[in-house]
Write a protein that binds this ligand. Structure first.
Ligand code: SF4
Length: 394
């Protein structure tokens, strides 16, 4: 839970209530007054600015440097950024005298396990973004009650209805002070305040992300056309609309169904919770499980071909060997039920599904801390999971 979330809820109501009230309160305000007032509004709690130090990031960075320079700034360094972005980031932090910039990198153990050669983006951009952006960001902002983003309505179809305040999964509030700005407003602000431009803008990059996934944009193209060019992908998974992620279709049932962990009491011992795409459920498997430790030698996996069910143990959420085992089992032709069991967290559910797991088994304690919605909101793996690929091949 974010810092002070319980106190905020007790004092001001649910995230939904607060978002509705804030949008109402600031509906006719300008971008700068929304930001200035939001930074002091008790209903928002602890606030961070999330910045990519991209083409237009300097606008919000400049605003907070004037209004409240000690506002925490979270910068996700995917380790795939252009060198120009890193240089620009250092220059802007110094010039604007920003006091609390947090450069967040992906977990090195996870990188070693899932993308040791830095080529994951070539085969699976969603997994790469999860690993390098979404999970590090979610971890970094978990201590905040609200975060500021530079998104604007004009930036594409997924952002057309953007409001100043958004409910992010009933957990925290996202603030979009520039939601209603047009491209000319951004340019005017930068010119009027003599702000340094990202060096790649002059080279035809109006929107700048990771180097392998960003290309220059031709005259007349959408400013974001150079991001993941040639694919359907529009967002990295960081952004949400009305509390839902926007990069993939989200089944309504997943969002609306009241999902609480099933902790049937069998005497003193609560049963484990099974996480599937529809949320939390109970164990319906009546075959025979083989329990597979995380350090199982991959060379031995071919012998499990006829097994009904395999449970792969995760002893630590930072240990990626279970994902590798699942992927290799599927590649070796294993078609039975495959379950990840133990220390898997909600942020890893999409990765587990893509690796070939059918489901995850977690403790009731973890289920209580990370509700079903947190596990299943990233529903875009459904087009690419093992069972779907099998169906396509058939
Ligand atoms: S934008 Fe590309 S390189 Fe960067 S995290 Fe996403 S897929 Fe990986």
């Amino acid at each position: 839970m974010p810092h002070e979330a319980d106190q905020l809820r007790a004092e001001f109501g649910t995230v939904d209530d607060r978002v509705a009230r804030l949008n109402d309160r600031y509906r006719n305000h300008s971008a700068t007054s929304v930001l200035e007032l939001a930074l002091r509004d008790a209903e928002l709690g602890r606030i961070a600015l999330v910045s990519s130090f991209g083409a237009e990031s300097v606008v919000l960075l400049h605003m907070i440097s004037v209004m409240k320079p000690d506002t925490p700034v979270v910068f996700i360094d995917t380790e795939m950024l252009f060198p120009e972005t890193i240089e620009y980031q250092l220059e802007i932090v110094k010039t604007l005298d920003l006091r609390d910039v947090r450069r967040i990198r992906p977990n090195p153990t996870k990188i070693a396990a899932h993308d040791p050669d830095g080529l994951l983006h070539q085969s699976d951009t969603d997994s790469c973004c999860d690993l390098r952006k979404t999970v590090p960001l979610q971890t970094a902002i978990s201590e905040f009650d609200a975060w500021i983003s530079g998104r604007k309505r004009f930036q594409g179809s997924t952002r057309q209805n953007l409001d100043f305040f958004e409910n992010e999964l009933d957990t925290r509030i996202k603030i979009n002070p520039l939601a209603h700005w047009a491209p000319a407003d951004v340019q005017d602000y930068m010119i009027n305040n003599r702000l340094a431009r990202h060096p790649l803008v002059a080279k035809g990059y109006p929107s700048i992300g990771c180097a392998p996934c960003t290309s220059p944009v031709k005259a007349g193209e959408d400013p974001r056309a150079g991001r993941w060019r040639g694919s359907q992908k529009e967002e990295c998974g960081i952004h949400f609309v009305d509390g839902k992620m926007v990069r993939g279709p989200l089944p309504a049932a997943i969002v609306t169904e009241a999902q609480t962990p099933n902790t049937q009491d069998t005497g003193d011992t609560a049963m484990s919770v099974i996480v599937q795409d529809t949320g939390f459920t109970t164990d319906d498997f009546d075959g025979i499980w083989i329990d597979m430790p995380a350090d199982t030698d991959p060379e031995t996996l071919s012998q499990y071909g006829n097994t009904e069910g395999i449970r792969v143990a995760f002893t630590s959420f930072s240990d990626g060997r279970g994902f590798t085992l699942a992927r290799m089992l599927r590649l070796a032709g294993y078609t039975g039920r495959l379950r990840a069991e133990g220390h898997v967290i909600a942020d890893q559910y999409a990765m587990a599904r893509r690796a070939g797991f059918d489901e995850v088994e977690i403790s009731p304690d973890l289920a209580a801390r990370q509700p079903a919605q947190q596990w299943v909101f990233r529903a875009d793996w459904t087009a690419n999971d093992y069972q779907s690929r099998l169906r396509k091949r058939a």
